[in-house]
Design a protein around this ligand. Sequence first.
Ligand code: ADP
Ligand code: MG
Length: 312
Amino acid sequence: MAATGVQGAHAVGTKPRVDAGEIQVFHVSKSYGAEQFAKEVVRECTFTIERHKLTVMIGPSGCGKSTLIRLLAGFERPSSGTITIDEKPVNGPGRDRLVLFQETALFPWMTTHENIMYGPKARGENTSEVREQAKFLLDKVGLTAFREKYPTQLSGGMQRRAELARAMINNPKVMILDEPFRGLDAMSKELMWEYYAGLYEESHRTNFFVTTDIDEAIFLADRLLIMTNIPTRVRAVIEVGIPRPRRLADIFENERANEVKIQALSLLHQEAMKSFSGGSKAAADFVEAYSRRMPDKEAQKIVAKRDDGMDA
Ligand code: ADP
Ligand code: MG
């Protein structure tokens, strides 16, 4: 694998096995509450999290992304529709799907290495092969020197990298990540993108990554699912098609990246506008934030449209 600039040039340890799965979501809806008070959060979603691909889902805050993740993980059941993994129905949580949330899941009383080895040890798999994999993953996330440190001795970004390694050693068929880098400062976040993309490019394990950050989405995605506002539906699927390995400069200089960004932002903007004209403060913030990230000309168009919307 070509180095992405943040990883060591020499391979250390052994690559973990990869057994990639595929998830199919078919006409899935989810509502909460008793009938006449029912709140529909997910409406008739159909999409595939394709094998060996990194699928990114982007949608406005509060549209129902985490709800969908709870359904994929099997923590909750859809109100209607079906979810399958490798053609078998998802009826509850399983080791084939691993979910990484925004909140840290590291055990504070364990060192980085102990945290990474936690899953295999709990299953009685403390073999030399697994220890070699831990070594490999520690190296890939740039934490070899922090192997014996405790989570509180690591920066936020390092903690997230330790968690990536801790997840991957369990070889899930599908890795599911719910806004895992939210809350990190801009520089740590960009560094995380490179580490995470590097880990993905290493194995092409099936990954499903949820975000509200357009640059993150485009830098990472093979396929981009653009979601509507609540009740969320799939608004569009974009095949990103930027070659790998990717570098950060790609998202600033790559023509295709800019094209996808404009296409995605204009769809997301339309979604935000719908609830913006409904008076949602979150939507107003969203329009504001996204307008700032558009190339100048496009941004002016959007701000102009937004101001029209305000009068409406
Ligand atoms: P996102 O992850 O896209 O920000 P969520 O899936 O967390 O959105 O939530 C979307 C909306 O779904 C929330 O605003 C809330 O109104 C509703 N919701 C989520 N879980 C429940 C629940 N258990 N009961 C009632 N409403 C819920
Ligand atoms: Mg969420």
